[in-house]
Design a protein around this ligand. Structure first.
Ligand code: SF4
Ligand code: SF4
Length: 88
């Protein structure tokens, strides 16, 4: 199954494909939200670009997503996924 998904991705090589950010342990490891001034603390579950917005109140300070490898690897352009929801 996983192999088939990889083949599908490869067959799309060269084309700009809108894909949701994968909610994987690897991306969770890379997410830098916990060091962001806007992060609501308290163990909130980060990786918002994949998992969707926080259930907590978010007070925007700045968004450090452009410094994150997941942001670049998925060709994202949005910010404040913790408040606005997952990347399309
Ligand atoms: S782009 Fe932002 S929300 Fe997504 S993994 Fe990186 S820091 Fe976390
Ligand atoms: S999504 Fe952006 S603003 Fe929200 S915690 Fe992560 S880096 Fe900060």
């Amino acid at each position: 199954m996983h192999r088939v998904e990889e083949d599908n991705l490869l067959s799309e090589a060269g084309k700009r494909v809108e894909m949701a950010v994968p909610n994987t342990p690897e991306n969770l490891e890379k997410c830098i939200c916990r060091s962001c001034p806007t992060y609501p603390r308290g163990g909130d579950p980060i990786l918002y670009c994949a998992r969707g917005k926080s259930e907590r109140e978010i007070v925007k300070v700045t968004c450090t997503c452009p410094g994150c490898p997941v942001w670049h690897e998925n060709d994202l352009s949005g910010l404040y996924f913790c408040k606005e929801g997952a990347a399309p």
